[in-house]
Ligand binder design. Structure first.
Ligand code: G6P
Ligand code: ZN
Length: 650
C-alpha cells in the first residue's frame, strides 16, 4: 500500500467565497487562483468539524465541467513530467476531484467514493449518499477476521477464503459529498465552475453550515494536504485511475484510506426502478403511437439517459439529443428552457423554423448536472409550476412509490399557486418555502412532504434530497402511460397537451411568465430592490401608480418581503423576494438570483389565476400583458437597469 504523509499548507483568506443559493459558483479564472479551491474545501471541513470528517466516507464527483489546464500544470508541475499520456488525460479532466481526494485524506477521512470519470449527476449524488453501500471488503475482513487484507492495485477487491457476501454487505455508507458543478451555467475556460457540499441526508448543506463555511474562508490560515510521493508509479492519487472501477487503498497517519471508483449510474437506476413501473413506461415508449425525444444539452444527464431510456425502457437511440457529456457543454448554455434548449424546442415544433417533420409526442431536457428538467408536448410547453401541480394531482394513481398517498406538497415562493389548488382539492399538507431546494429537505426529513417543485425547472420528491431531472421525465412518462393504458392498442393517444388542458379545466389555470435581466450592474439591481421595498410602505401610493399604468388590473391588497420560518427547526430566512399580491389572486414577485457568477440577475415573476374553464386557453403572454406593463412601470425597470427588454423570458 502506498504510504502518504500530511502537510499543512500555509494560505490566506480570499475574498468573495460566500456560497450562493446552491454552493460557490465563479468563473473558472477565479477558481484558478492559487489555493482558491483548497481554501473553500478546508473551510468546509472546518465547518463540519474535524471530529466529523475524521473517519468519514465522502463522495466527490460532478457534472464533468471544465477546470483549467493551467491550474493543473501549476499543481502537478513536477508529476506531469513523470506521467503517461493516459494518466495525464485523466488528471486534466479531474483536477478538482484529485485535489479534494488529497485534502480528504489529509483531513483524516476514511474513504472517498468517486463516480467513474468523476461524473455523477446531482440527483445521483443524493441517491448515492442515501442508498449506496460501499464494497469495502478489506475493511470488513479486518473487522471480522482480524486480518489485514489489501485490495489489489487496479482496484477490484481481492477475493479469498475469508470473503463472503455478508461481509461485503456490511460495507460503508457515505457521510456527505462535494458536488463539482455550476448547474445550468455554461462551462469552459471562460465560463463557470462550482462546488457545493451535501450532508448525510443527501441534501445541500443548510444555511447554518454555509454561513460557517463563509466565516471560515475569511480567517483561514492553512489547509491539510497529503504530500505526493514523487516516484512513479507509486505516486497518488495519480495512481488511482478514475476511469477504472475499483478500490485503491493507501496508508496515512490516521490509518487506511480508500478511493473507490464506481459506476455512475447503477445506484441511481436501481432507485428509479424501485419508484416507477418501468414495464408500463416501456410499453408506452415502444408503442408506434408514442414518439419521444430527450436532450441532455451535453450535460451529465447523458450518462444516465442512455442507460435508462434506451437500455432499460427501449427508446430509440436516435431519440437522444446531445447526450454525450462534454466539459464545455458543446459551447452551449446547459439550461433547459425555451431559449437555451433550442434544438429540442425546434424539434418539438415550438421553434421559429417551421419544419415539415412531425414533432415527437413528448420532449424533455436537463441542465448541466441533471437536476433540472423541461417538459414539452408536441408544439406545447408545460410550465414548471404546472408540471409539479400535475405530477402531484396524478402521483397516487400513476406512480407506485406514491400509491399509499402523499404526505404533503411544497413549492418555492415564486412558483405559481397551481400546486396550492391541487393541495386544497386533495386535502394535502402544503408548504411555501423560499427559493432553494434545501428548504424542502427539512420538510421531507420530517415526513411532511412527498412532492415539490420550483418555477426554475426543478421538480422532485422525497426519494432523494435534490431536485431530479430524470425523475421528472419518468413521472410524466408514468402519467402518460397510466392515461393511455387502454389506448395504446386502439383509440386516440392522450397527449401532454390533453393532460395539461384537462388539469386547467378542473383546477383553473395560473398564467405565468418569468422575465430575467441577466448580468445587470449589481449596484443598480440593489437600488431597484430597495426602491420596491420602500414603495411597499404605502399601498395607496402603489395603487395610484398601478392604476395610472393600467386601470384594467385589480388592486394590490398586500405587499411584503417574503420571510420564512421553517416549521421543523424554526430557523428564519429573511429577504426572500418582494411580493405584490393583487385582489384577484394575481402576483408580481421581484427577486435577485442567487446563482449567478457575475453582476446581478433580476428575476420578475408574473402570475394571474383564471378559474373560468372557458378562459383557460389563451396565449399566456397575451393574457399577462397588462400585468407585465404594470410590473415594468412599477419597478422602473428600464430606468434602474438601462434594459428595455429582458435577457430571457420563460
Ligand atoms: C438552484 C437551486 C434551486 C433554485 C434555483 C434558483 O437551481 O437548486 O432550488 O430554485 O437555483 O436560482 P436563482 O438563480 O433564481 O437564485
Ligand atoms: Zn442544476
Amino acid at each position: 500500500m502506498v504510504v502518504f504523509n500530511v502537510s499543512r499548507v500555509e494560505t490566506a483568506p480570499i475574498d468573495g467565497q460566500k456560497p450562493g443559493t446552491s454552493g460557490l459558483r465563479k468563473k473558472v479564472k477565479v477558481f484558478k487562483q492559487p489555493h482558491y479551491l483548497q481554501n473553500f474545501v478546508q473551510a468546509t471541513f472546518n465547518a463540519l468539524t474535524a471530529q466529523k470528517v475524521r473517519g468519514a466516507t465522502l463522495v466527490v464527483s460532478g457534472d464533468g465541467r471544465y477546470f483549467s489546464k493551467d491550474a493543473i500544470q501549476h499543481a502537478f508541475e513536477i508529476l506531469l513530467t513523470l506521467l503517461t499520456m493516459r494518466a495525464r488525460a485523466c488528471i486534466f479532466a479531474c483536477l478538482s476531484v484529485c485535489i479534494i481526494i488529497k485534502m480528504a485524506a489529509g483531513n483524516g477521512a476514511r474513504r472517498v467514493w468517486v463516480g467513474q470519470n468523476g461524473l455523477l449527476s446531482t440527483p445521483a449524488v443524493s441517491a448515492v449518499i442515501r442508498e449506496r453501500v460501499g464494497v469495502d471488503v478489506s475493511y470488513c475482513l479486518v473487522q471480522k477476521a482480524g486480518l489485514i487484507f489489501f485490495n489489489n492495485v487496479n482496484g477490484s477487491p481481492m477475493h479469498n477464503e475469508f470473503y463472503t457476501p455478508e461481509l461485503e454487505y456490511q460495507g460503508s455508507r457515505a457521510t456527505g459529498a462535494f458536488i463539482l458543478t455550476a448547474s445550468h451555467n455554461p462551462g469552459g475556460p471562460n465560463e463557470d465552475f462550482g462546488i457545493k457540499y451535501n450532508m448525510e441526508n443527501g441534501g445541500p448543506a443548510p444555511e447554518g453550515i454555509t454561513d460557517k463555511i463563509y466565516e471560515n474562508t475569511k480567517t483561514i490560515k492553512e489547509y491539510l494536504m497529503t504530500d505526493v510521493p514523487d516516484v512513479y508509479p507509486s505516486s497518488w492519487p495519480l495512481y488511482v485511475d478514475i476511469a477504472a472501477i475499483g478500490v485503491t487503498s493507501f496508508n496515512g497517519p490516521e490509518g487506511q484510506f480508500d478511493v473507490e471508483v464506481f459506476d455512475s449510474a447503477s445506484d441511481y437506476v436501481k432507485l428509479m426502478k424501485s419508484i416507477f413501473d418501468f414495464e408500463s413506461i416501456r410499453k408506452l415508449l415502444s408503442s408506434p403511437k408514442f414518439t419521444f425525444c430527450y436532450d441532455a444539452l451535453h450535460g451529465v444527464a447523458g450518462a444516465y439517459a442512455n442507460r435508462i431510456f434506451v437500455e432499460e425502457l427501449g427508446a430509440q437511440e436516435s431519440s437522444l439529443l446531445n447526450c454525450v457529456p462534454k466539459e464545455d457543454f458543446g459551447g452551449g448554455h446547459p439550461d433547459p428552457n425555451l431559449t437555451y434548449a433550442k434544438e429540442l424546442v425546434d424539434c418539438m415544433g415550438l421553434g421559429k423554423s417551421n419544419s415539415e417533420v412531425e414533432p415527437p409526442e413528448f420532449g424533455a431536457a436537463a441542465d448541466g448536472d441533471a437536476d433540472r428538467n423541461m417538459i414539452l408536448g408536441k408544439r406545447f410547453f408545460v410550465t414548471p409550476s404546472d408540471s409539479v401541480a400535475i405530477i402531484a394531482a396524478n402521483a397516487v394513481e400513476a406512480i407506485p412509490y406514491f400509491s399509499a398517498g402523499l404526505k404533503g406538497v411544497a413549492r418555492s415562493m415564486p412558483t405559481s399557486a397551481a400546486l396550492d389548488v391541487v393541495a386544497k382539492n386533495l386535502n394535502l399538507k402544503f408548504f411555501e418555502v423560499p427559493t432553494g431546494w434545501k428548504f424542502f429537505g427539512n420538510l421531507m426529513d420530517a415526513g411532511l412532504c412527498s412532492v415539490c417543485g420550483e418555477e426554475s425547472f426543478g421538480t422532485g420528491s422525497d426519494h432523494i434530497r435534490e431536485k431530479d431531472g430524470i425523475w421528472a421525465v419518468l413521472a410524466w412518462l408514468s402519467i402518460l402511460a397510466y392515461k393511455n393504458k387502454q389506448n395504446l392498442d386502439g383509440g386516440k393517444l392522450v397527449t401532454v397537451e390533453d393532460i395539461v388542458r384537462s388539469h386547467w379545466s378542473s383546477y383553473g389555470r395560473h398564467y405565468y411568465t418569468r422575465y430575467d435581466y441577466e448580468n445587470v450592474d449589481a449596484g443598480a439591481a440593489k437600488e431597484l430592490m430597495a426602491y420596491l421595498v420602500k414603495l411597499q410602505s404605502s399601498l395607496s401610493e402603489v395603487n395610484k401608480i398601478v392604476c395610472g399604468i393600467r386601470s384594467d388590473v385589480s388592486k394590490v391588497v398586500h405587499a411584503d418581503e417574503f420571510e420564512y420560518k421553517d416549521p421543523v427547526d424554526s430557523s428564519i430566512s429573511k429577504h426572500q423576494g418582494i411580493r405584490y399580491l393583487f385582489e384577484d389572486g394575481s402576483r408580481l414577485v421581484f427577486r435577485l438570483s442567487g446563482t449567478g457568477s457575475e453582476g446581478a440577475t433580476i428575476r420578475l415573476y408574473i402570475e394571474q389565476y383564471e378559474k373560468d374553464p372557458s378562459k383557460t386557453g389563451r396565449d399566456s403572454q397575451d393574457a399577462l400583458a397588462p400585468l407585465v406593463e404594470v410590473a415594468l412601470g412599477l419597478s422602473k425597470m428600464q430606468e434602474f437597469t438601462g434594459r428595455s427588454a429582458p435577457t430571457v423570458i420563460t
